[in-house]
Design a binder for this molecule. Structure first.
Ligand code: C5P
Length: 243
C-alpha cells in the first residue's frame, strides 16, 4: 500500500463546514480522515456519514469504553455509518472488545470496519499509570493491552510510536499499529510530549500515522501532507498489511 494511503488526517475542527472545506483541499493527499469527539459532540454523525458517503475512508475516533452491551450497540451504529475504522479503550477489557467486534460485524457485514484498541493514551506517563494502579511502565502496559486486544480478535491498536517496536515484536507483522503524536522534523510539538517524526514512526513499525495540526494548521495543508508522505517514504517501503 502506498505511504499516502497510510496517512490519517485528524479533522480537529470546531464545525462540519470547516472540516468539509479542509477535507476537500486534502482529497487525494491522505488515506483517511479522522473524526474525533470534538467534531462528533458538535455535529453528530453527519460529517462522518457525508465523508464516507462521498467515498472517503473515515476513522471514527470516539474511543468507546463502557459495558459490553452498550459498546456492542455503539459499534453497530458506527459500522452502519460506513466508517473504515473505529476504536475502543483496551481498558474496557476482553469482553468489551469482543462485543465491539460483534457490533462491527452486525452493522458492517462483510465490509465491517477495522476495530482498534487504544492502549495507553500518549498523554499518560508511567507515573500516571502508577497512580491509577496499572502495573509497569507505559511500554509494559501498552504491550500487555495490545496482546489482550489481539487475543480478543481486534485488528490493531492506537499507540505511541515509541511503543511500536515492542508491540510489533509481541503481536507480529499482521497486527495494525496506528500512531498519533507525529511531528515532522523541526515542527512545533504543541501539547504533545512524546512525539516522533513520520520517518521514525514508520521505521519503528507503525502502519498508519495520525497527523493533526502539522497539516490542518499549515498554510498549505495539501503541501504539508505531501511533505509528510515523502518523509514516510524515506523510511523505506511501507509495511504490507492485511488492511
Ligand atoms: O494535532 P495532533 O497531530 O497532535 O493531533 C493528534 C490527533 O490524535 C488528535 O486528534 C488527538 O486527539 C489524537 N490522539 C492523540 N493521542 C492519542 C490518541 C489520539 O493525540 N493517544
Amino acid at each position: 500500500m502506498p505511504a499516502r494511503e497510510k496517512l490519517i488526517v485528524a479533522l480537529d475542527l470546531p464545525d462540519a463546514a470547516a472540516a468539509v472545506r479542509l477535507a476537500e483541499r486534502l482529497k487525494g493527499h491522505a488515506g483517511l480522515f479522522k473524526v474525533g469527539s470534538e467534531l462528533f459532540a458538535a455535529e453528530g454523525p453527519v460529517l462522518a456519514r457525508y465523508l464516507a458517503g462521498s467515498g472517503e475512508r473515515v476513522f471514527l475516533d470516539l474511543k468507546f469504553h463502557d459495558i459490553p452491551n452498550t459498546v456492542r450497540a455503539a459499534a453497530r451504529e458506527a459500522a452502519g455509518i460506513g466508517v473504515a475504522m473505529f476504536d475502543v479503550h483496551a481498558l474496557g477489557g476482553r469482553k468489551m472488545m469482543e462485543a465491539a467486534l460483534e457490533g462491527a460485524r452486525e452493522g458492517g457485514g462483510k465490509a465491517r470496519p477495522l476495530v482498534l484498541a487504544v492502549t495507553v493514551l500518549t498523554s499518560l506517563a508511567s507515573a500516571d499509570l502508577d497512580e491509577l494502579g496499572v502495573a509497569g511502565t507505559t511500554e509494559d502496559a501498552g504491550v500487555r493491552m495490545a496482546k489482550l486486544a489481539q487475543s480478543a480478535g481486534l485488528d490493531g491498536v492506537i499507540a505511541s510510536a515509541r511503543e511500536a517496536r515492542a508491540i510489533r515484536r509481541a503481536c507480529g507483522p499482521r497486527f495494525l499499529i496506528v500512531t498519533p503524536g507525529i511531528r515532522p522534523a523541526g515542527a512545533p510539538s504543541h501539547d504533545q510530549s512524546r512525539t516522533m517524526t513520520p520517518r521514525d514512526a514508520v521505521a519503528a513499525g507503525a502502519d498508519y500515522l495520525v497527523v493533526g495540526r502539522s497539516i490542518t494548521a499549515a498554510p498549505d495543508p495539501a503541501a504539508a501532507a505531501e511533505a509528510i508522505v515523502k518523509e514516510m517514504e524515506a523510511a523505506g517501503s511501507p509495511r504490507e498489511t492485511t488492511a
